[in-house]
Design a binder for this molecule. Structure first.
Ligand code: SF4
Length: 336
């Protein structure tokens, strides 16, 4: 929306709408005159589950974010954190199970803040979801490290929670975390990652390279920390300026080629760590939910959120337990 206004004034776009206005798009276009409708930033859609691959279903549990990371436009376009009613979400999950889904992914803008406005918590919600019969695996969307409380830590012992978590670090230099106005602190983050790793979790993260101020010294400091993290997955990004954010006004811009080079180094490091992790888990069987199958070959993800290719006849939607498989660079492979 921040850029949308400029684009509209400059005549570069026909219309701009906020998230809550998307249902009115048809009407707005029918009027045939340019529009700028930011809508209600505090609106909450009806909770609605959807299935990306028709094998696992996505359930949006909340909307918005109360954090104020300096580079992020989301709080100003998605509004404050607000949660869907627990009863509606539990009903959604029951319906999905009745429809044949056995894996559910909980999503939202900032899922760790679930329940803050409704006097409950993510831990409480998970506990109730876990008691629904027929649900085999629950995957959590990205969570902020500071939102993993005692209750969530306890629930993570449950076998129906995927053995993979995505915790958003965004950076590992203490100075950069402060500059980015992040709430997480690297020493605590490392402690948390080590605790979860010792419980057998594969751990992913988001990381931004090239944020303003990421000098060579800061990058080296961050690298010294990140090499110590038991990471297995990475959503890496190079910094992208968002007008209207504090970061957009910062100096000490990092050239794009340097940001890309750092991202590549990071990707190579995490890939290496992922392969090492898979070797340490070799004595465990892989529980794979088949998402794609053409009758001869199949594809799915295991409990560590690693892709698995299977040569053999397996139905989509089915679960397979693999005890024998080969570890390839970017996936596991089995013949059955
Ligand atoms: S980066 Fe995530 S936690 Fe930070 S403001 Fe944006 S949505 Fe919120």
């Amino acid at each position: 929306l921040s850029r949308g206004k400029t684009f509209k004034v400059e005549g570069l776009v026909f219309g701009v709408i906020g998230h809550s206005q998307k249902a009115n798009l048809g009407q707005l276009l029918a009027k045939n005159s340019p529009f700028f409708q930011k809508g209600d930033l505090l609106s909450l859609d009806e909770p609605k589950a959807y299935s990306g691959h028709k094998t696992k279903a996505f359930v949006k549990i909340q909307e918005g974010c109360d954090f104020q990371c300096s580079y992020c436009i989301i709080p100003s376009v998605r509004g404050k954190a607000r949660s869907h009613k627990e009863i509606d979400l539990l009903n959604q999950v029951r319906i999905l199970i009745d429809e044949g889904f056995s894996e559910v992914v909980l999503t939202g803008t900032n899922i760790g803040s679930y329940g803050k406005d409704t006097k409950t918590s993510l831990g409480n919600l998970l506990e109730k979801i876990g008691s629904i019969k027929g649900l085999r695996r629950v995957r959590l969307g990205s969570i902020e490290p500071v939102q993993i409380d005692e209750k969530v830590l306890e629930i993570l012992n449950e076998s129906w929670i995927e053995r993979h978590l995505h915790l958003a670090l965004q950076h590992t230099s203490p100075k950069m975390l402060r500059l980015m106005r992040r709430r997480n602190r690297v020493e605590k983050d490392l402690e948390l990652f080590e605790t979860l790793s010792s419980r057998g979790f594969a751990l992913g993260t988001d990381f931004i390279t090239g944020h303003p101020g990421e000098s060579e010294y800061i990058w080296k400091e961050a690298w010294g920390w990140i090499t110590r993290f038991p990471l297995t997955h990475l959503h890496g990004f190079t910094y992208s300026k968002r007008d209207g954010t504090p970061s957009a006004k910062m100096n000490s811009i990092v050239p794009g080629n340097i940001a890309k080079k750092r991202l590549k180094e990071l990707e190579a490091l995490v890939l290496e760590k992922n392969i090492a992790f898979r070797h340490t888990q070799k004595d465990k069987s892989l529980e794979v939910l088949i998402e794609e199958s053409d009758g001869k070959n199949a594809f799915g993800y295991d409990q560590f959120y690693n892709p698995v290719r299977i040569y053999g006849r397996i139905e989509r939607h089915s679960w397979v337990n693999l005890t024998k498989y080969a570890i390839k660079e970017k996936y596991n492979e089995a013949i059955i």
